[in-house]
Design a binder for this molecule. Sequence first.
Ligand SMILES: Cc1cc2nc3c(=O)[nH]c(=O)nc-3n(C[C@H](O)[C@H](O)[C@H](O)COP(=O)(O)OP(=O)(O)OC[C@H]3O[C@@H](n4cnc5c(N)ncnc54)[C@H](O)[C@@H]3O)c2cc1C
Length: 511
Amino acid sequence: MTVNVVWFKRDLRLADHEPLSDAAGEIEPTILLYVIEPVRLNQPDTDPTHIAWELDCANELDKSLRKIGGSLRIVHSNIIDCLKQIHREHGINSIYSHQETGTTWSYERDRAVKKWCEREKVSWREYPVNGVVRGLKDRDLWKGLRDKRMRTSPISPPTRINTVGNEVVKPTLSSMGLTPRKLSHRPPPGEDAALDTLQSFLASRGELYRWRMSSPNQASHHCSRLSPYFSTGCLSIRTALSMTNQRKAKIREAEITEKRKSNWMKSLSSFQSRLAWHCHFIQKLEQEPTLDYLAMNEELDSRMVREYDKKIFSAWATGNTGWPFFDACMRQLISTGWINFRMRAMIMSVSSYTLWQPWRDSGLHLARLFLDYEPGIHWSQVGMQSGTTGINSIRAYSVLKQGLDHDPEGEFIKTWIPSLRQVPTEFIHEPWKMPLSIQKDVGCLIGDDYPSPIVDESSSRKAGVAKAYSARRSQESREASKRVYSKHGSRKRRARKNRPKPEQSTQTKLF
Ligand SMILES: Cc1cc2nc3c(=O)[nH]c(=O)nc-3n(C[C@H](O)[C@H](O)[C@H](O)COP(=O)(O)OP(=O)(O)OC[C@H]3O[C@@H](n4cnc5c(N)ncnc54)[C@H](O)[C@@H]3O)c2cc1C
């Protein structure tokens, strides 16, 4: 008897997994496959830390599958070699998988798999992922299609699966020659942990989400922290939305009974908007799979000639710029693999405007640091925060303003930069202004125990912004921005005439 193959990619879960449910309902036995592809390990945006996390999530999935009669075949191989071997041993009837929105290597890999399937007369049933819609040329229909998909109920996990095939020796990090960096506070892997994290957010952590998400001190507790689970697919966006809707219904009831409003509804609505952004940003890469190396607006990008400077880039990349709040954010990210949205935006804008470094280098560095690296969100955000789309306002963050707004007493700074722990609060954001006598008293000599500022932050930022504006003014850039908007721009406020659309605003905001 032939077999079916469920090819797990970034969807390491049982619940709301249509390819798995459909395959489980077939008569043929199934081989459940998860492949770590050598070509991926060689990509510049891949970090061993990503693979370590995914492998742990895959092992958790294997444990869950064993409870329903299955097991996950985890292999380190080229996917086509792997399929060929299964086809030789059993004969493959159909392959079931989710579509994948990735960078060029996965796009080309999928084309090769498609060709192989056609040649071998194997059917490949690909299913859409979350709210990403394949085959769209622009955004006119996207929102309606995404919302329709999200309104349907998540699919229950299968209760039984009939698998076949011998156990294979699982690859390990050392067998693949990988040494991941050791993260502090790494979340527990797998689908159960993802659900626990969502539940703790909905039960308590999320109440002040809307008001606490921007401060790096508080965001780590009040944000959902679901991103690493979404990026490995331990949880679907639809499951998260549906559980949030259930929670909202309960809160609404309680508010009516108790005749008082809580913070919950506003926070959960903000959270649901972010879940929509998740799909909105990945859709951009789906429609333009070259975003990791070609700017969305190439005309504009070619007019902003950013030059790589090894010393400056390294100070930025390691959190040694001499600006305490920035360095603390970068050091938290290096240590934990996570930082909140606002600080990610600041980190990227400092590289692109203040330090005028090429966005691809900074984007690759951050991709490797983020445990939750998700190509579609990442490269779209890198483009937005470096001003290379032409349809988003220029956002150049002042490190000092962000520090004073979100860490006025310098507690966050002191957590991540031990050499500044004794610095008095009045100097914590600008320690280079400390008189030498105080530097000696507190045991922190600037330029020795902690770096002097790499450049003057304020004037360098303003110079970067001026160059970005000058590039935007050219006729060619403007024409290109119109094309970018028509392909990628959000359509939600289309009907409101005479108002700049959110992604088209040309004003600089003070951040
Ligand atoms: C330069 C830059 C790069 C980024 N790269 C990534 C990345 O590689 N992977 C990633 O998951 N997020 C990325 N983000 C978006 C955002 O910072 C993270 O999703 C968020 O901080 C994750 O924490 P959380 O799960 O607690 O988020 P929450 O605030 O609890 O939000 C819930 C979920 O909504 C989605 N979401 C939240 N904010 C955004 C956003 N601005 N855009 C799109 N989706 C969003 C995420 O899936 C997130 O897990 C990036 C942002 C910037 C500025």
